[in-house]
Design a protein around this ligand. Sequence first.
Ligand SMILES: [Zn+2]
Length: 497
Amino acid sequence: MKNILLGIGGLVVLLIIVLVTRTFLYGGAPEGVQSVDLPDPPAVSAETAAQHLSEAIQFRTITVAPGDPRPGQEGPWLDLQAWLEETYPAFHAAAGKETVPGGLTLLYTWQGSDPSLKPLLLMAHQDVVPVNIGTEGDWDAPPFSGEIKNGYVYGRGAIDDKGSLIGIMEALDALARDGFEPRRTILVQLGHNEEISGSGAQAGIQLLQDRGVEPVMALDEGFMVLETNPLTGGTLGFIGIAEKGYLTLKITAKGEGGHSSQPPHNSATVRLSRALVALDENQLEADFSKPPISDMMRVVSMEMGFVPRMAMANQWLFGGMLDSQFSATPAGNAMIRTTTAPTMLSGSAKENVLAQRAMAIVNFRIHPNNTPEQVMQHVRDLTDDIGGIEVSEAEGSIGSEASPVSAIDNRAYGVLNAVAGEVGRGAPVTPALVLGATDSRYAAAITDDVYRFMPAIMTEEDITGFHGTNERITVENMGRLARGYGQIVLAMDAGEE
Ligand SMILES: [Zn+2]
């Protein structure tokens, strides 16, 4: 007995040594990130950039439904494009501009002197989401006024995505005024309908693919530096190296129908409910072992206390605990797994009629760890033994796989990492997963190196304006965007890869 106890005691001591050692060895900047010295781009006044953003916000380039803008309603887009030409004359003189056929997406080409270098592709979008009817009065300034007050530019599109669009234009116009002549061709694609389908960006990427263009990097919206991030509470730079995919399934339960005065057990409606409960209780599996999540854990663990760090360093033992901690918040859960969201329901058309078909629409956001086929199989496996359940892709669903995960050991990521570090005043920077969809998902067709980052720093309150009330960006951030994009262009132009 004594020997057994000694044996167990020895094992416990050994386990503790392993856990603690692994914890001390764990964490820090992700491996392989290149260190890059950032060049100084020509100065751009933050106030001027903010004033220009204010003007850009006043063009109501709102997209709501597929096909927007409808024929005859292109005015705001054409006005914005004419305004860009007037406001950024040096860039427009240096670069060629074309409209991508079939829409209002713009593609600029600033020809580089060395055709052996792969071009740089900067992306942003011209359109914005609408303001919910009845909420205009909740804004501190009217949503399409572009009013500048208390150090902020207010208006729909300030963050998503006219801030980036103007930042790119400010940077490139300043470079052109300064006499900069790129060695590496600079491409700028401004999508016209990102908020509905992104068909404009898709067509633009197709055009580049037809021309055999393979960018050294495609840079789009998606992340920034967060002043107080929900993971550690401190400042953290996020660079999106992947984004989730999208799948909508229709789940149908069939039944006999008939009068509700003599209902059967386990009717179509009840079986549909069982299916939804099964989906809710059996989420797709989380996996922390691969980038970007594995990299992100290493970075954030350095900002956390010993116990959470020990859990992250020893996932073989604490994986279940980590899973339940991340899963406790919708944002954390969305980061680690494919999410399951039942959104629409229908049954019978009348209160005293049994449903012959009860139907639910379930929207999945697919993690890079999963494929759409796996999600479909998961749903079939869970609903198979309920009986009378059919699973199919919803009509008109814009199904897409998760994007590939871009590398972090190349110059492109190194440059963004350095810019994010400067914007965050030395705060750590982490690769991250973008939870929504951006135009950049199409760019994967022409380059492995797709990144999602804007050189700005925001608070949690700023982020709530994204698609919401009081969308705004600081005047200072407009200066950071102009400087950051200038740094990215110059640093990529200096690189050989
Ligand atoms: Zn956007």
